[in-house]
Design a protein around this ligand. Structure first.
Ligand code: COS
Length: 384
């Protein structure tokens, strides 16, 4: 759903210009320093990028899902590290509060998330619970008007930058699966919370992940999301339904960038006396990529519209994540192929993108988890 096409066009133009004029030129600096320059972070705040998806009454832009994916297509045409910094505030870090938080919780945190003053992070994964998220072992034991949290969370995006963490922990040890899990907002300065050292990743320099360690961490009962125990896993799944659509759009934008770089190179690069773009085997790679990007864009916009229409899009979100992430890796692989030797050296962005986008098939649910979600939903629907 697009609320006001003119306003959205202005925002799309602004984001697109910001990507072209500020982010793309800073890509190498981000790699060298493994950090997004402070002036760019300030500009992101001024542009309202931290609050794109936070509802307007809490100071955000309150984008609809359709508007959000259109912005994400643009934002992803540069190094994914830039998107990652604002990604958790707009997505998995804040959505738990937005979908299931109490009014008091929303008022306390969302305005600062929208302004970018506070970074939010989502702590579901554990050393022994990745794809099998419902097997998580972090515990939360009620003690008066607090809960005592213990456990380790792994690969947590923006953990070093975050001021608050949405932590999924088990409040009922008797219930082994999803039903015993609750979601909490844990503030960074809470005694007992510490952040491990940054993971050394294959790509996405400038975007940070680390362990979040909870040792007898006393969290006010008021920070139990929605004030209700036992529904934290469902909160996490609802967050991921939306997150998967957002990531699908990011995959598609990144594929568009890689294809555009490859096309420009193919037009300039001459072999056998003519631009390689004139060879049909190169054209096949360009055209397959274009068709797949178009397919991804179409399905993502369709799923986003359905979500805006309040349909359950669990299946569609997984279809989009499955297709768009795999598609992005195929397109970027072809881009490396078109660049040839130049695609394998770090002087050109194709080499970096190749490593950066590999994560897309893994995080926010692997391709195999998306397949499981889709098939399970199909079987459930068929059985009525
Ligand atoms: N929205 C709302 N509720 C949902 C839901 C959704 N999208 N998906 C599942 N649920 C509910 C189910 O209805 C079920 O509730 P009931 O017990 O009341 O019926 C409960 O949550 C448990 O669901 P399910 O039985 O499907 O859980 P499983 O453990 O079998 O499997 C998967 C869940 C595998 C799909 C889940 O663990 C998953 O998505 N894993 C990947 C985790 C992930 O993406 N990690 C990335 C890191 S976070 S960036």
């Amino acid at each position: 759903m697009i609320r006001d096409q003119e306003t959205l066009n202005l925002l799309l133009d602004t984001v697109s210009r910001f990507v072209r004029e500020r982010l793309i030129p800073a890509e190498e600096t981000v790699i060298e320093n493994d950090e997004i320059p402070a002036d760019i972070v300030s500009e992101m705040r001024e542009l309202g990028l931290f609050g794109l998806c936070v509802p307007e009454q809490y100071g955000g832009l309150g984008l609809t899902m359709e508007e959000e994916v259109l912005i994400a297509f643009e934002l992803a045409k540069t190094s994914p590290a830039f998107r990652s910094l604002i990604g958790t505030n707009n997505g998995i870090g804040s959505q738990g509060l937005i979908v299931d938080g109490t009014e008091e919780q929303k008022n306390r945190y969302l305005p600062r998330l929208a302004s970018g003053e506070l970074i939010a992070s989502f702590a579901l994964t554990e050393p022994e619970a990745g794809s099998d998220a419902a097997a998580l072992r972090a515990s939360a034991v009620r003690d008066g008007d607090h809960y005592i949290l213990n456990g380790t969370k792994r690969f947590i995006t923006n953990a070093p930058e975050a001021g608050i963490y949405t932590v999924m922990a088990r409040t009922d040890p008797e219930v082994k699966g999803a039903g015993g899990i609750s979601a909490f907002i844990v503030e960074k300065d809470t005694p007992g919370l510490s952040v491990g050292k940054c993971d050394k990743k294959m790509g996405q320099k400038g975007a940070h992940t680390a362990d979040v360690i909870l040792e007898n961490c006393r969290v006010p009962a008021a920070n139990l999301i929605g004030g209700k125990e036992g529904v934290g896993f469902k909160t996490a799944m609802k967050v991921l339904d939306k997150g998967r659509l957002h990531i699908s759009a990011i995959c598609t934008g990144a594929a568009e960038r890689a294809l555009s770089d490859a096309l420009n190179y193919a037009i300039e690069r001459k072999q056998f006396g003519k631009p390689i773009a004139e060879f049909q085997l190169i054209q096949a790679m360009l055209s397959d990529s274009r068709a797949e990007i178009y397919a991804a864009r179409s399905m993502i916009v369709d799923a986003a519209r359905r979500r805006d229409n309040k349909e359950n899009v669990s299946t569609e979100a997984s279809c989009c994540k499955l297709f768009a992430s795999e598609m992005c890796c195929r397109v970027v692989d072809r881009a490396v192929q078109i660049f040839g030797g130049a695609g394998y050296v770090a002087d050109y962005p194709a080499e970096r993108f190749y490593r950066d986008v590999r994560l897309f098939r893994i995080f926010e649910g692997t391709t195999q988890i998306q397949q499981i979600v889709i098939a399970r939903n199909m079987i459930r629907e068929a059985q009525g």
